[in-house]
Design a protein around this ligand. Structure first.
Ligand SMILES: Cc1ncc(COP(=O)(O)O)c(C=O)c1O
Length: 336
């Protein structure tokens, strides 16, 4: 089976396992795990922020990051298919007590006019106050789309003028960096707080980080523990993340090339594929998924009329070529 359902399906490489096995560890609740501390310092510095906090999941990093800039009864504005709005099971409302309003863009992009229109920081005691805007880069459900740095800078400039904070869900910021050439620090400069994941394109088995200033990270450390996310000798996990940062960032270019090949096979314009995710619009999505599986390629339905393919570390160039041959046959079958 060639499994294209998600880039979270990767298994740690032998070299990653060796790095994990030999990691120095300590109790991270006491902030005494040297490998976790090294990972946090390295990631904070990469993005030009003061500090970072290791979390088991991207969802927890997002909850901690968003709650650091949006209070109880306030709102965050985001794109309508953002992961924080659609796929974190209401955590931001349930845990933080915030609300969301959304703008819609087919490629998950910043729409500054729409954001300005929604923005309502102080309309008296009758309306929810906007505290922050959240952006997702790359944008998962918009097919791994990159948000251009110029748009993010324009958002930053506007937000500074209206005293509004910016959260970035950078679960796949590594893919955005490789696809656009934008330095990590430039992405960091447009956000007050970020979440980044090591367990997607980078191939670590677990691990994400919230990034922000020292105060926000100090408070997030308390909230992480409060929510049951305080971890002990997790240097063995942080070591996988450090290994991934050393060895698995630049190779994402291969995943992007494989995604373009698969897009072409499925009749999707490869120029619309920025990174490692391809969304194929099909009226016969269920049939497409079943036929592909029968021929040895697993893909995921995303709703009744779309199929998602994701390339990753465990998909070789040969796998990509074989999957493209299968998918072009499946796509050519009438019914779509
Ligand atoms: C854009 C984005 N943000 C956040 C997450 C959440 O990550 P996790 O599954 O580790 O909670 C995901 C997961 O796929 C994602 O795609």
């Amino acid at each position: 089976m060639i499994d294209l359902r998600s880039d979270t399906l990767t298994r740690p490489t032998e070299a990653m396992r060796a790095a994990m096995a030999s990691a120095e560890v300590g109790d991270d609740v006491y902030a005494e795990d040297p490998t976790v501390n090294a990972l946090e310092d390295r990631v904070a510095e990469m993005f030009g922020h003061e500090a970072a906090l290791f979390t088991p999941t991207g969802s927890l990093a997002n909850v901690l990051a968003v709650r650091s800039v949006v209070g109880v009864g306030q709102e965050v504005l985001c794109e309508s298919s953002a992961h924080i709005a659609r796929a974190e099971l209401g955590a931001h409302g349930a845990i933080t007590g915030l609300t969301m309003r959304t703008w819609t863009h087919p490629r998950g992009q910043v729409d500054l006019a729409a954001i300005e229109h929604l923005h309502a920081p102080d309309m008296g005691p009758f309306f929810v106050a906007t505290a922050a805007v959240s952006v997702e880069c790359t944008h998962n459900f918009a097919g791994g789309a990159v948000l251009p740095i110029e748009d993010l800078r324009a958002l930053r400039a506007w937000a500074d003028g209206v005293d509004t904070r910016i959260h970035m869900d950078g679960a796949r910021i590594w893919n955005a960096h490789v696809a656009s050439g934008t330095p990590f620090a430039d992405y960091g400069a447009v956000a007050d707080v970020m979440a980044v994941c090591l367990s997607k394109g980078l191939g670590a088995p677990i691990g994400s980080l919230m990034i922000g200033d020292r105060d926000a990270i100090g408070e997030a450390r308390v909230w992480r523990k409060r929510l049951g996310g305080g971890m002990r000798q997790v240097g063995i996990l942080a070591a996988a993340g450090l290994h991934a940062l050393d060895h698995h960032v630049e190779r994402l270019a291969d995943d992007h090339a494989h995604a373009r090949l698969l897009a072409e096979a499925c009749g999707v314009d490869p120029d619309t594929v920025d990174t490692n995710i391809v969304v194929v619009e099909r009226d016969d999505a269920a049939r497409f998924v079943a036929d592909a599986a029968e021929q040895g390629v697993r893909v995921a339905p995303v709703g009744p009329r779309a199929v998602r393919l994701v390339t990753h570390l465990d998909i070789s160039a040969d796998d990509a070529r074989r999957a493209a041959a299968v998918l072009s046959r499946v796509a050519a079958t009438p019914g779509g």
